[in-house]
Ligand binder design. Structure first.
Ligand code: ATP
Ligand code: MG
Length: 429
């Protein structure tokens, strides 16, 4: 373990003390006063040095979880594999982790036959904590009281060069935790970093290790990738490094078979819109993202079902949705509360062809109308065909019209048509 490190005093880096969550500074002060070492660590130090606003402020300390709990009355300890302290401020909390040693130097840490970490709760020193982190730029420590940055591993140099480099032996580190490959692509997309040597080269040949990762964890990672504000660039990297097929095999297949380019346009436009919304601070919804990612498969399967079984489109879409979602969750687990909404967005699509006022109003008042209309707009923009475009135009006009004028846009209802015919025939009598 090298004892050498770079210590950057406050005057020599650009961290803005005002960008630091004052609560995290207070926690660190209190830990230090009690005789422990305590630092901000990981992504927040990286982001502060880059002038970005960090998402969360993680603290690393020499105090053991029980010792942290004694110091803070609002502290709760969580986790078995990683014992962590959460210090609460209302519903919000700040995470405090005890320094840990890399799994292979302690007695309790261990890996399975594939080299994956299965037990990781080995406390260590600050110097050891550096080595168990993933990338050099994620292993910087910052003391907000003294203003000093500590770098044991060349993270500052890599940050300056916008270079992402795994700490230690890259093969071993990806084997220990294959999710680091996805994290690598996420940071590359978000920070505009290049992937250094083997950190990048090993991803394609090792991506199959992602098969063994729990589908629920992959779901979390996928959302961070595609809903992190850099979804479009992330998709490009997922394809470039051959990872897409291990996260979204059905989407990967759709892109491969997409001769017209229509599905690619749908997906890319959706991700660009999502990135734009996030940059404007607007909300985004995971069910919409999955509606886009899986649409081509659902559409094609629904067509097949309609042809084979002669059932109505809404019913065929519903059946196809069930099959495609249950295929997808084997790999990346979409929670049911999301996939139910995804299914609604799909099954409302045929109803945009209705032109009668009563049915149009029912659709307009449906709680999924907005998301479904936005989805229709995407399909029209991607070039899914004249009918889709006509529906999109009609619905745009319908919404823009004053409520009183909407009836004029609509076709007469089947009942009215029947009545008219009857009246006509009576007149003829
Ligand atoms: P973000 O801004 O997306 O939160 P982050 O780097 O802070 O990025 P976190 O998942 O919050 O990512 O993790 C905090 C820190 O914990 C990381 O910076 C890294 O040092 C360490 N870490 C997280 N996940 C891993 C992992 N799979 N392997 C090794 N170290 C990890
Ligand atoms: Mg973080």
């Amino acid at each position: 373990m090298p004892e050498q490190y770079i210590l950057l005093p406050a005057a020599e880096h650009s961290i803005d003390p005002d960008a630091i969550d004052p609560r995290s500074r207070d926690i660190i002060k209190r830990l230090q006063k009690a005789g422990f070492q305590a630092y901000l660590v990981g992504g927040c130090v990286r982001d502060l040095l880059l002038g970005h606003q960090p998402k969360d402020f993680d603290i690393a300390t020499s105090a053991h979880p029980e010792q942290v709990r004694k110091l803070f009355s609002s502290c709760r300890l969580i986790g078995r594999r990683f014992r962590l302290a959460h210090i609460y401020y209302g519903r919000d909390y700040i995470e405090v982790a005890t320094f840990r040693a890399p799994h292979d130097t302690g007695q309790q840490g261990s890996v399975d036959a594939q080299g994956r970490i299965i037990h990781d709760n080995v406390y260590g020193t600050l110097e050891e904590d550096v080595w168990r982190r993933d990338f050099t730029i994620n292993a910087l420590f910052y003391d907000p009281v003294s203003g000093e940055v500590l770098d044991y591993i060349g993270g500052l140099e890599d940050l300056r060069a916008r270079r992402l480099r795994l700490i230690g032996d890259p093969q071993l580190r990806y084997r220990e935790d294959p999710v680091r490959m996805i994290r690598a692509l996420r940071f590359a997309a978000r920070l505009g970093c290049s992937l250094d040597g083997e950190t990048g080269h090993l991803i394609r040949p090792m991506a199959n290790l992602l098969d063994a990762v729990a589908p629920a964890r992959l779901f979390d990672e996928l959302l961070k990738l595609l809903h992190g504000g850099y979804g479009f660039r992330s998709l490009q990297l997922l394809e470039e490094y051959g990872v897409l097929g291990f996260l979204l095999p059905l989407t990967d297949e759709s892109l491969e078979l997409d001769q017209s380019g229509c599905f690619r346009r749908l997906l890319e436009t959706a991700l660009q819109n999502t990135d734009q919304r996030i940059s404007e601070g607007k909300s985004v919804m995971p069910p919409f993202l999955f509606a886009v990612l899986l649409w081509e498969q659902v559409r094609v399967l629904a067509d097949e079902i309609m042809e084979e079984e002669g059932c109505p489109e809404v019913q065929a879409l519903n059946l196809a949705a069930g099959e495609i979602i249950s295929d997808q969750v084997q790999c990346t687990a979409i929670p049911r509360r999301f996939s139910n909404i995804t299914r609604e967005i799909w099954t409302l699509q045929p109803r945009f062809s209705y032109r009668e006022l009563r049915r149009a109003n029912t659709l307009f008042n449906n709680q999924r109308f907005r998301a479904s209309y936005d989805f229709l707009a995407l399909r029209a923009e991607a070039g899914e065909g004249e009918e889709v475009m006509a529906d999109y135009r009609w619905w745009t006009e319908f919404q823009q019209a004053r409520p009183d004028d909407r009836a004029a846009l609509c076709a007469p209802s089947a009942r009215k048509r029947r009545k008219k015919r009857k009246n006509k025939s009576r007149q003829e009598d």
